[in-house]
Design a protein around this ligand. Structure first.
Ligand SMILES: *Cc1c(COP(=O)(O)O)cnc(C)c1O
Length: 367
């Protein structure tokens, strides 16, 4: 049957999301969900919208949410595009900018989905490795054609993805560097800001200075709404105009549009949630360092934990046996580590306790 399927699809592995056990079966610290309940305004908005009825199509642009985002970030509504989660926006971006055989650049290690999007599009991937201190090499913003390449499609760099803060490291590339990069690049630079609400700064105001910068956001992490599926993107109106032709006509449903407007309007909820997550993140970082892990300073709602002296996959297994899921990741040529999402204080403490127990047992059996 494979002969009926496009070869690009047959050849690709496909993105594998983190495990989703059934409710109550494990403490999930593996997909960077928010451990707290979303703003009550969200639940009220969903109930109200459902009561009013769902027989009509939603506004195709999500105009009310566009206006809410525009107010919040001091941009104009025609600079905002709504998406069914930010993964939907990343798909729209790839389809809008990158043609078959052309080049899409991404850093590595980073979000694995970008690669799958390029593969579906039949595009080529230019993976550029971070330095070991999680800074980016200058090649990240070079034009393949000006460094000696010809004009064949595989030298046509059409789009660059950069998650900031990055996953799995939680580290950030500073704003000045991003502006410098965007100006040098021959194509748009997509800043995937899925975790920016947990960071010190973000790039939305850079769009005014350099209109090649596009910023994507999601409600999945910092608004505790991963189950809802809503994200938005901010970009120059000339890009939004083109992307509107590519998106599904009704890519966001009435319930998620109502919920998103409500969530975005509750700035107090977001600020308080952020404070809680940041406080727990600092404790998690210190305790893991105390146990001998290398942990870069994170500006996201997770930490990246590695060590030289032992494999970490058995720690992942041990946690799983005890009802705690974290994300084990192994990047070819880079090594492996555990990405641990920030849960409640209680969940996070218990997870680190278990890791401590594992290390003690291991030390005893070795001596
Ligand atoms: C979680 C995540 C997303 C996806 O967000 P959704 O809105 O849930 O699709 C996008 N980019 C990065 C880097 C993420 O970690």
């Amino acid at each position: 049957m494979k002969k009926f399927v496009r070869p690009e699809i047959v050849d690709m592995k496909g993105y594998v999301p983190g495990e989703q056990p059934r409710a109550g079966e494990a403490v999930k610290l593996n997909t960077n969900e928010n451990p707290y309940r979303a703003s009550e305004r969200v639940y009220d908005a969903i109930r109200k919208t459902a009561e009013e009825g769902l027989s009509c199509y939603p506004n195709p642009l999500g105009q009310a949410v566009r206006e809410e985002v525009a107010r919040k970030f001091a941009v104009s509504p025609d600079m905002v595009l709504c998406g069914n989660g930010s993964d939907d926006l990343l798909t729209i971006l790839t389809r809008t900018f990158v043609g078959s055989g052309e080049l899409l650049r991404l850093p590595s290690p980073s979000y694995v989905l970008y690669r799958s999007l390029a593969e579906i599009q039949g595009a080529c991937c230019d993976q550029i490795a971070f330095h070991t201190d999680w800074t980016l090499p200058n090649t990240f913003f070079s034009d393949p054609r000006s460094s000696g390449g010809g004009d064949e499609p595989s030298n046509r760099l059409r789009l660059v993805f950069l998650p900031n803060p990055n996953s799995p490291s939680g580290t950030v590339v500073p704003k000045e560097r991003i502006l410098e990069m965007a100006e040098a690049l021959p194509c748009p630079l997509v800043m995937d800001e899925a975790y920016a609400d947990f960071a010190e700064e973000n790039c939305i105001d850079l769009i005014e200075q350099c209109d090649k910068i596009i910023v994507t956001r999601t409600l999945s992490k910092s608004y505790a709404l991963a189950g809802l599926r809503f994200g938005f993107l901010v970009a120059a109106p000339k890009f939004i105009e083109q992307m509107l032709k590519v998106k599904d006509s009704y890519n966001c449903d009435s319930l998620s549009l109502a919920a998103a407007a409500a969530a975005l309007s509750d700035e107090e909820w977001r600020r308080e949630n952020r404070q809680k997550i940041l406080a727990t993140r600092e404790k998690l970082t210190e305790r893991m360092r105390g146990l001998g892990f290398s942990v870069p300073d994170s500006q996201a709602n997770f930490t990246w934990n590695t060590r030289q002296d032992m494999p970490v996959q058995p720690i992942y297994e041990y946690l799983k046996e005890h009802g705690f899921l974290v994300r084990y990741m192994n990047y070819p040529g880079w090594g492996d580590g555990l990405r641990i999402s920030v849960g409640t204080d209680e969940q996070t403490d218990r997870c680190v306790d278990l890791i401590g127990e594992y290390l003690e047992v291991r030390a005893k059996t070795a001596s």
